[in-house]
Design a protein around this ligand. Structure first.
Ligand code: ADP
Length: 341
């Protein structure tokens, strides 16, 4: 089944750089898809190919059966049923907030345009700022105006490029929640591009993990976190330990494979109770939890425990592996069998 907007094996090259290298991604109605990957991995380029801001050098972009992009085929952005929210919001400084949102509703009577724009502003909780100039708004408010503008034309899909990256702390959480509720209320297919693993997991119904121009894994945030299909995918969602497996066992306990490496999240090394004796080499305060560097027979690993149960440096503690946070992998690459630095 094809999605509202779909990339099939898309390739995009800039000179010698293959920015997108065979990426596939399908957006579904009413679902938010997160596209997560490190800076420079090709996320924005893929978004721009979906939006029609870039042509493709290989593969296709489709809306159902309609081919929007392919080598030699390019439907321009304004003829795609897509709304865009850019990282810098891109509001028109010489138009008021409500005029910004009404922009793009041309062809309709003026009163209707205004009414629709106000309804969208209501949705992002900014109706009271309708007559303000963009320059008078906070970053978070500008982001919400950009979202209202994108939603106003009632597109089938909304694409957001790093929508929270310019925002910090409580404001970031507030804008993230406002964005989510507006997208949910609108019931659109949405793509949120981000390099932040927590943002991606908190906002997405489906997650696509991208590295070096390709999608490594796609699935629910939970499946991607707990059942990564590669070490590279596992790393994109947070710190991991990679413990060498010898004869079905690691220094920290049994593995479910004969050899290779065992990927264990720091949350999956449980201190106290039963387990292998380990020496505490370092304890770092991380708010409600502590990050504990442990060593067993020369193998180091990092555990994350509630602050109240953090051991002290020099202690010998018992450590066990929680299998829910562990997964074996073959030793595919040189250097993978070492623990994280
Ligand atoms: P991301 O959004 O994941 O940070 P981008 O899609 O912006 O990654 O970039 C992917 C790669 O393509 C990078 O190596 C970047 O330098 C390169 N790139 C992106 N846009 C252009 C461009 N217009 N011209 C040349 N190279 C580009």
């Amino acid at each position: 089944m094809s999605g509202v907007l779909e990339a099939r094996a898309v390739r995009r090259r800039y000179g010698r750089t293959l920015a997108v290298d065979g990426a596939s991604l399908a957006l579904e109605p009413g679902r938010i898809t997160g596209l997560l990957g490190p800076s420079g991995c090709g996320k924005s380029t893929l978004l721009r190919c979906l939006a029609g801001l870039e042509p493709v050098d290989g593969g296709e972009v489709r809306a159902g059966e309609r081919v929007l992009s392919a080598p030699g085929v390019h439907v321009p952005p304004e003829s795609r049923d897509v709304g865009l929210v850019f990282q810098d919001y891109a509001l028109f400084p010489h138009l008021t907030v409500v005029e910004n949102v009404a922009f793009g509703l041309s062809g309709r009577p003026k009163a209707e345009r205004r009414e629709r724009a106000l309804a969208q502003l209501e949705r992002v909780r900014l109706a009271h700022r309708a007559e303000a100039w963009p320059s008078a708004l906070s970053g978070g408010e500008q982001q919400r105006v950009a979202l209202a503008r994108a939603l106003a034309r009632d597109p089938a899909a909304i694409l957001l490029d790093e929508p929270f990256s310019g925002l910090d702390g409580p404001l970031r959480t507030e804008v993230r929640e406002a964005t989510l509720s507006a997208l949910r209320a609108a019931g659109k297919a949405a793509l949120i591009v981000t390099h932040d693993a927590e943002d991606a997991m908190l906002t997405s119904d489906s997650l696509a993990l991208m590295e070096a121009g390709a999608i490594l894994q796609a699935g629910s945030p939970r499946d991607c976190f707990l059942e990564p299909t590669s070490l590279a995918a596992a790393r994109l969602l947070g710190e991991i330990n990679t413990l060498p497996i010898e004869g079905g066992s690691t220094a920290f306990g049994a593995a479910t494979a004969r050899d290779g490496v065992l990927m264990v999240r720091p949350e999956g090394l449980v201190i106290g109770g039963e387990g292998v004796p380990a020496v505490v080499e370092e304890v770092r305060f991380a708010g409600a939890s502590a990050v504990v560097a442990l060593q067993v027979r020369g193998i180091r690993a990092s555990a994350r425990v509630p602050l109240a149960s953090a051991p002290r440096v020099g202690d010998t503690v018992r450590v066990a592996i929680d299998p829910q946070f562990a997964r074996p992998f073959p030793t595919a690459h040189a250097g993978e069998s070492r623990d994280p630095s």
